[in-house]
Design a protein. Structure first.
Length: 133
């Protein structure tokens, strides 16, 4: 294989169905980043899991169906620099983590965002968005 083979670098499974599923979740996570910036509540409400709530007055997610329940304010344009996909990790067939690095070269900061998507009745929903600064 040559150096341009993104497959190995991105950790996406080689099995076509799984590969498609992981790519779908990467795309969904990117849409979630965009939706937070423009406060697209109807989209965000449509993709959150049963254990997650959104407070539209404070633009905050409440993740309750996780090991350590927490709230997470929406990530704004100011919070987000360059978004770089890092990895997917399958906890089990109904839970997949999608990790991103956020890098802001201008303000010299970076951090990690891990999304957990869970399969609810055949549909992938966001169950957690964990920020590691």
């Amino acid at each position: 294989t040559n150096g341009s083979n993104k497959q190995a670098k991105t950790n996406i499974p080689s099995n076509t169905k799984e590969q498609h599923e992981h790519q779908h979740l990467i795309d969904l996570a990117n849409k979630i980043f965009d939706a937070q910036k423009v406060q697209d509540y109807s989209f965000l409400e449509s993709i959150i899991s049963k254990g997650t709530k959104i407070d539209q007055n404070s633009d905050t997610f409440y993740f309750e169906n996780v090991t350590y329940p927490h709230e997470q304010p929406f990530l704004t344009k100011e919070d987000l620099g360059e978004i770089e996909f890092r990895y997917t990790h399958e906890n089990n067939k109904d839970s997949i983590i999608v990790g991103f690095g956020i890098i802001n070269y201008e303000d010299e900061f970076s951090y990690v965002v891990d999304f957990e998507f869970v399969n609810e009745d055949g549909t992938w929903k966001m169950n957690d968005m964990d920020i590691n600064k």
